[in-house]
Design a protein around this ligand. Structure first.
Ligand code: PLP
Length: 366
């Protein structure tokens, strides 16, 4: 049997008539940048997550950057984030010539540890970028408490956490603002680049809306340093079609995760925890094993594709050499990089494929 790491091709073939109709409608409308399709998608996604409004952006990376701008981060300010994430969680800090300060993760959830973050807070700390990694919400009570105690802004990186909740509240609406990505591989993926910002604060939404379109309140009048971070009509059109299925696809991811959790018996395999207050939307199903290389080889030979998210922590990236970090600074993040195996998890997987992954993992002899 063959189990690819992703299979959105299948869904796109199945949805082809709806997708083509939506693209054709956009083509005929003549509105290619922002416009009706984006307005409609913004409302649809707001309804899905229970937000007053959302702001369509051209990528998740841009959406994060706008969150950082909206939080008033300036050159020389410190912003704390995790070294175990996709680079964009930290690019948004570097774009403003602010200083990324890293803190280590919780070994069970792979998410930023609030105690380690508190230890890294200084007088210069302006914000914390909390990443809901792999679809698992961070412990937001602890982060909101840090926000209040030290007067720092809480930015949520929701690129992997569409519809994830913490104590019944949707990720993105808990902190000061949140950024989503619709990169094709995400839980809700476009056929284009795409992103979105949310905030429960109206003034923050207004500011982000202004900044995404050149900070141009009136035609050819600029009130700030703005950006061309607008969502395109084709993105809005595709996302409207696919967003109708997000809840069903999320339920299927959870079903697969439950099957994995019940099925894996391999000794020494660390499984993701199930947390009562924060049920994951399983953007990834990540396990750890001390013999990563051999396990991956075993799976590959059996036709099971795997991922390694992420192979190198951010504090050890060449671009950040100047920050002065060294190997050993964040041992949990580093060890996780060497030990993590991301297994296939997506709505298109069949139960037979899931069971085959389980059997293959369980038959590993290290
Ligand atoms: C994908 C991703 C981003 C960036 O989103 P893009 O739409 O690709 O720009 C940011 N943060 C995390 C954690 C991501 O997984």
């Amino acid at each position: 049997m063959n189990v690819p790491f992703l299979n959105f091709h299948q869904t796109h073939q199945e949805l082809k008539p709806q997708l083509m109709a939506a693209l054709e409608e956009t083509l005929d409308s003549g509105q290619y940048i922002l416009g009706d399709q984006v307005d409609k998608f913004e409302k649809q996604f707001a309804e899905l997550m229970g937000a007053e409004e959302t702001i369509g952006i051209n990528s998740g990376t841009s959406a994060l950057h706008l969150c950082v701008r909206a939080c008033g981060v300036y050159p020389g300010d410190e912003v704390i984030t995790t070294p175990f994430t996709f680079m964009a969680s930290s690019w948004c800090i570097s774009y403003e010539k602010a200083i990324p300060v890293f803190a280590d993760i919780d070994p069970d959830t792979y998410i930023l540890d609030p105690e380690k973050v508190e230890a890294a807070i200084t007088k210069k700390t302006k914000a914390i970028v909390v990443v809901h990694l792999f679809g698992q919400s961070a412990p937001m009570d602890a982060f909101m408490e840090l926000g209040r105690k030290y007067n720092v802004k809480i930015i949520e990186d929701c690129a992997q956490s569409h519809l994830a909740e913490y104590k019944g509240q949707p990720t993105g609406l808990i902190g000061d603002c949140g950024a989503f990505s619709f990169y094709p591989t995400k839980n809700l993926g476009s056929l284009t680049e795409g992103g979105l910002c949310v905030s429960k604060d109206k003034a923050t939404c207004d500011q982000i809306r202004l900044l995404r379109n050149h900070a141009m309140p009136d035609r050819y009048t600029y009130s700030d340093v703005g950006y061309n971070y607008r969502m395109e009509g084709f993105a809005g059109a595709v996302l409207q079609v696919k967003a109708q299925y997000l809840k069903v696809w999320t339920a299927r991811r959870r079903e697969i995760a439950a099957r994995y959790l019940a099925g894996f018996k391999l000794e020494g395999l660390r499984l993701p925890p199930v947390i009562e207050d924060a049920q994951s939307v399983y953007h990834q199903f990540s396990v750890c094993h001390s013999e990563r290389e051999a396990l991956v080889q075993h799976l590959t030979e059996a036709g099971v594709a795997t991922g390694q998210f992420y192979p190198r922590p951010l504090h050890l990236q060449p671009v950040y050499e100047g920050l002065g970090y060294k190997e050993g600074d964040f041992p949990v993040s580093e060890q996780t990089c060497w030990e993590i195996v991301n297994l296939p998890i997506y709505s298109e997987l069949t139960d037979e494929q899931v069971d085959y992954v389980i059997e293959t993992v369980n038959s590993f002899q290290g």
